[in-house]
Design a binder for this molecule. Structure first.
Ligand code: IMP
Length: 179
């Protein structure tokens, strides 16, 4: 059973997130300049707020698609087995693709998704994660772009949940359990 006896301390403000996304969007535009079309793939559900803000900063011809990958298990620990629960609607062969992840934690999810999508022969496949917890890494992977590196804390907000709650917070906060 997920706990409900917690408070949320703000870690990254909505303003800081917006400023960082603006800078990231400029880097992505430069990297993909001249692309015919960039397929921006959001990993459901945690990236839905991030992808919405990111694509509105991108001055490129963009298509938006979604993929749902899930680790088995519940609560605050990701397991090592990743399943694809919902596939893309569109084709990515020969296309430029940007995978948008909320958090890279152990790295199992992103590495599985990259292998899954690479097998479809995209022209270029790059990755972006809003948050990175490098101290938790078990698979040797790093997103091409990262919003913020954070310590080993459980975070919520800006699309990210704890047991399906708190996705609607406009900032990133860390969960602190109280007695
Ligand atoms: P990984 O496969 O361990 O890298 O886990 C990635 C996924 O675990 C993320 O996409 C999140 O859905 C989830 N996750 C990792 N850390 C947190 C957290 O602090 N809060 C909420 N979800 C998290």
């Amino acid at each position: 059973m997920p706990r409900t006896d917690y408070v949320i301390d703000e870690m990254i403000s909505a303003k800081s997130i917006a400023a960082r996304i603006e800078a990231l969007a400029k880097d992505i535009e430069a990297a993909f300049s001249g692309t015919e079309k960039l397929v921006v793939v959001g990993l459901l559900r945690g990236s839905f707020v991030f992808i919405a803000d990111l694509v509105r900063e991108l001055d490129l011809n963009v298509e938006v698609d979604f993929l749902e990958a899930s680790s088995y298990g519940d609560g605050m620990e990701s397991s090592r087995e990743v399943r694809i629960l919902k596939d893309l609607r569109g084709e990515i062969a020969g296309r430029d693709v940007l995978v948008v992840e909320d958090i890279v934690d152990t790295g199992f999810t992103l590495s599985h998704v990259v292998r899954f999508l690479e097998s479809r022969d995209p022209a270029r496949l790059r990755t972006i994660a809003l948050l990175d917890k490098p101290s938790r890494r078990e698979v040797d992977i790093k997103a091409d772009w990262t919003g913020f590196e954070i310590p080993d804390e459980f975070v919520v907000g800006y699309g990210i949940d704890y047991a399906q709650r708190n996705r609607n917070l406009p900032f990133i906060g860390k969960v602190r359990f109280v007695e």
